[in-house]
Design a protein around this ligand. Structure first.
Ligand code: ARG
Length: 499
């Protein structure tokens, strides 16, 4: 093995570009190409180019406003940055990959375009606050996109609930338990999605402060205006403490958590659709347009889309665990480990949006099979609790009523009949109160309508629940609207002009 000093010095970055972040103190010998390339996040970072350019635009506009840039230099920097932004919008921004990350690649491009003026862009800035700003802009934008889709899915489910008339068994322990309306089941599917939407909305509050101006870890001695950059990028305020800011990825944790919550909610909905569309249950029909076949078994009509929704949620959980593990035990301040957040952060929104889009596309092709659902309730067993409650309404202590109905169920089973057909004669042997009128509650519709307690199944109470879903959908889409798009940020920065 050769000694390090025998390896010929190379004055270029790993792909032939000179690297910006080196001085005589670092050493005039560049980093080994193999390590420069291995440690670069450039390829993953490219997805953050527009966010980085917007952060730089706010930064140079502020530098102009406080006099750290002349109006002429500020204008040249802004023009060059807007030009790069326009090219990025058209997918025509081709940055050479020699730098450690997209942030330095952009600075390099600026310097190549503007010469000495480009060297002023990094005044009073470190990549530490720069990267954190770009990430927040990205995550905020994606949070809004996810909120919009969550709200739309909730509205879709509410709409379906309004149109649905079937009655289905609800399950505990995956055993038929009690009758509910399909409408009520749809609300039960929607509620975890609504709560995941609330988690997304909370995540937005965790990325509402602007890191720019935190510098490497302690701010700057130059007279910057952090409130201005915060305003230009539509953050509520600058972050509080520079040292905390540069090592803070809590907003990513909240984002990944909320994303995982959306995926988990969808995966549980998917599990129901998969079961209910099987021959064993038969409660839900899959339309042809969302069904998959088997390469060998000609009879198959498989729920692959829902299995994939369930399966893909694993990666959402993995992204969250990745970020939690990345941050765990890091010392205060910036650590390069944090660069490895990229794939988990950038991968979360496409995963979540993909699953939301798949479920939304599939919903119009799902329908409840009324006859099969009714067959699941026909023996009356799922209405046994309603029968016990009919006795309670007549003053019988619940435990006594419960035992009496249990005895009727057993007698019916032993006699080769069912609770629905056992008749008052046999039922009264178990309890004198079990007359024809009491047995009337065994009709599934009656059982469903009788549950008027808050959160229950009656049409009126379920209607309130559907109304709640619509209200949440409205609030979530409103929260999404409040988030400025990247295009709106660019327009605002253009309008601001050279100070
Ligand atoms: N390349 C890193 C990233 O994208 C930024 C590094 C910032 N600071 C540093 N001293 N190396 O997260």
């Amino acid at each position: 093995m050769r000694k390090a000093e025998e390896i010929p010095p190379c004055c270029e970055g790993h792909d032939g570009q000179e690297s910006i972040a080196r001085t005589n103190a670092t050493g005039t010998t560049p980093m080994l190409p193999v390590l420069a390339s291995w440690s670069s996040s450039f390829v993953d970072d490219l997805a953050l180019a527009r966010e980085d350019l917007l952060g730089s635009l706010a930064h140079v506009t502020m530098l102009g406003a406080v006099g750290l840039l002349t109006p002429g230099d500020c204008a040249r920097l802004r023009d060059a940055l807007f030009d790069m932004l326009d090219r990025a919008d058209r997918d025509e921004l081709h940055l050479p990959p020699g730098e450690e990350d997209v942030h330095m690649a952009i600075e390099g491009e600026l310097t190549r375009a503007l010469g000495d003026v480009g060297k002023r862009v990094h005044t009073a800035r470190s990549r530490n606050d720069q990267v954190s700003t770009a990430l927040r802009l990205h995550v905020r934008d994606r949070c809004a996109a996810m909120l919009r889709e969550v709200a739309a899915l909730l509205a879709d489910l509410a709409q379906w609930a309004d149109e649905e008339t079937a009655i289905v068994p609800a399950f505990t322990h995956r055993q038929r338990a009690q009758p509910v309306s399909a409408r009520f089941l749809l609300v039960a599917w929607a509620m975890p999605i609504a709560r995941a939407g609330e988690a997304l909305r909370f995540a937005l509050t965790q990325m509402s402060a602007c890191p720019l101006g935190s510098g490497a870890c302690s701010g700057t001695s130059l007279p910057i205006d952090r409130a201005l950059t915060a305003r230009l990028l539509r953050f509520d305020a600058p972050t509080v403490n520079a040292l905390d800011t540069v090592g803070d990825r809590d907003f990513e944790l909240d984002f990944a958590w909320a994303g995982a919550r959306v995926l988990l909610a969808l995966s549980r909905l998917a599990a129901d659709v998969i079961d209910f569309s099987s021959q064993e249950f038969g409660y839900v029909r899959l339309g042809d347009a969302i069904s998959a076949g088997s390469s060998m078994m000609p009879q198959k009509k498989n729920p692959d889309i829902f299995e994939l929704v369930r399966g893909k949620s694993a990666l959402g959980v993995a992204n969250l665990v990745h970020l939690l593990t990345l941050v765990k035990g890091l010392p205060t301040g910036y650590n390069r480990d944090l660069q490895d957040d990229r794939r988990a952060v950038l991968g979360t929104a496409p995963l979540v949006l993909g699953a939301l889009g798949a479920v939304r596309a599939a919903i119009p092709h799902l329908s409840f099979d009324d006859a099969r659902c009714r067959a699941g309730l026909a023996d009356g067993a799922t209405q046994a609790t309603d029968l016990a409650e009919a006795l309670v309404k007549r003053g019988v202590p619940f435990r006594e009523a419960y035992r009496a109905v249990g005895a009727v169920v057993r007698a019916a089973r032993d006699g080769g009949t069912t609770l629905a057909t056992v008749g008052a004669v046999r039922a009264r042997e178990a309890h004198p109160g079990l007359d024809d009128e009491a047995l009337g509650v065994l009709v599934p519709e009656r059982a469903v309508e009788a549950k008027r307690s808050t959160g229950g199944t009656s049409s009126e109470v379920t209607g309130t629940q559907v109304g709640h879903l619509r209200a949440v959908a409205h609030e979530l889409s409103f929260a999404a609207q409040e988030v400025p798009s990247l295009a709106a940020l660019a327009a605002g920065l253009r309008e601001e002009g050279v100070p």
